[in-house]
Design a protein around this ligand. Structure first.
Ligand code: G3P
Length: 232
């Protein structure tokens, strides 16, 4: 915990634990430790996004980056129940997902949050459903924009195979903005081949949940998904 940053040059895999019961509480720590082991053995950037109540404990248990799944535009202090960037940082988080399709926020909120996160040294991954949304969010200059067609989430039908054009068009939209903004993708990714195709289409990494969490072996599945990310 503490100074765990991202290189921003390495391809990235973000494991979103969502609120799956098997990766909550002690399960969150188990998955985090498996991911940490694979990240170190393969030397790849794996980021964990555990359920919010587990964030602090996960961040204290591993030495790979931990993100919040969502952060609110709320001030520290009397803001009961909100997820406050400063508190995410104090708990060992080094970044946050924003605007996941399961937790959408108005674009004005994203616009205000990104500079605040930057000021705190926290990374931001802003989700978008379409290449058009990618464009509108990339101009706000987050570190990553993640394109995820919602209808493919949790289906095992990978965005890179079913809707490859969504990735390539999103890559083009981000390229037109600034080099510092990286395009990643997610939805239905379950195999190393899905990841390899996403990278060939120009994505800088992936966001995955059920493909890992519901797999028979977290270790071998994370390993399979991470292999294409290994820098040559
Ligand atoms: O945040 C990751 C995500 O929405 C993709 O979910 O279950 O299709 O890997 P899944």
């Amino acid at each position: 915990m503490g100074d765990i940053g991202l290189s921003m040059r390495e391809k990235i895999m973000i494991i979103n634990f969502k609120n799956y019961p098997e990766v909550s509480g002690d399960g969150a720590i188990r998955l985090a430790r498996v991911a940490e082991k694979v990240a170190k053995e393969l030397d790849v950037e794996i980021v964990l996004a555990p359920p919010t109540p587990d964030l602090s404990r996960v961040a204290r248990s591993v030495t790979i980056p931990v993100f919040a799944q969502h952060t609110d535009l709320a001030k520290p202090g009397s803001t009961t129940g909100f997820i406050v960037p400063e508190v995410v940082k104090a708990c060992g988080g080094v970044g946050t997902i924003l605007n996941h399709s399961e937790r959408r926020v108005p674009i004005k909120v994203i616009e205000e949050l990104i500079p605040r996160l930057k000021g705190l040294g926290l990374y931001s991954v802003v989700c978008a459903k379409t290449p058009r949304e990618v464009k509108d969010r990339a101009v706000l200059l987050p570190d990553y924009v993640a394109v995820e067609p919602p209808e493919l989430i949790g289906t095992g039908r990978a965005v890179s195979k079913v809707k490859p054009d969504v990735i390539s068009r999103s890559v083009d939209e981000v390229r037109g903005v600034r080099d510092s903004v990286k395009l990643i993708c997610g939805a239905g990714i379950t195999s190393g081949e899905d990841v390899a195709i996403a990278l060939e289409l120009g994505a800088f990494g992936i966001l995955v949940a059920s493909g890992v969490i519901k797999s028979e072996s977290w270790d071998s599945k994370i390993r399979e998904l991470a292999r294409p990310l290994v820098s040559k």
